[in-house]
Design a protein around this ligand. Sequence first.
Ligand SMILES: C[S@@+](CC[C@H](N)C(=O)[O-])C[C@H]1O[C@@H](n2cnc3c(N)ncnc32)[C@H](O)[C@@H]1O
Length: 181
Amino acid sequence: MIAQTGLSTDDPIVDIGGGASVLIDRLLDRGHSAVTVLDIADAGLAVARKRLGERAALVSWIAQDVTAWQPPKDAFSIWHDRAVFHFLVEDADRVAYVRTLDRGVSVGGYVILAPFALSGPERCSGLPVRRYSAELLQAELGPRYRLIDQKLQTHVTPVGNRQDFIWCLFRKTPTSAAAEP
Ligand SMILES: C[S@@+](CC[C@H](N)C(=O)[O-])C[C@H]1O[C@@H](n2cnc3c(N)ncnc32)[C@H](O)[C@@H]1O
């Protein structure tokens, strides 16, 4: 979906809750030059930094709770979140998350959200989650975000558990009025 946006490798991208994920390695492999990884747990980020070695210096690392983060306004062209938003089971946390996202994503920018699907597990890492369809995610983001694409993906964990994710690609429109049909 990142490639699907058609944006250039200079466009700023943030991986929310990236932790020790290898997405950042793949982005650097592809020449992305403006990449940020945020995670509430610095331990996860430290694993990624160590793995990347010298290349870690090419990345902005932020150890913070996304719901309390104040990103620079319009700072990112792509917001990527795999398996983080679904942990926000409290309404206030989701409202804070969307406020942060809306501040950080530029107009015309893209939002990729991949929480557990309605057919996915009820818990993740032992914690309760909220499960989503594209329509439910759309309701969380509001009309300013236009759904471009969605895909159901079954992820098989290293211990063989099946986890259904719903991947959604949204684009931020200039105003909520512009999002109306
Ligand atoms: C299930 S892991 C997913 C990691 C990675 N995105 C992936 O797909 O492999 C969830 C990650 O979100 C982080 N996380 C959970 N709540 C968070 C929050 N409120 N703010 C920032 N990161 C959070 C965790 O520390 C963890 O690294």
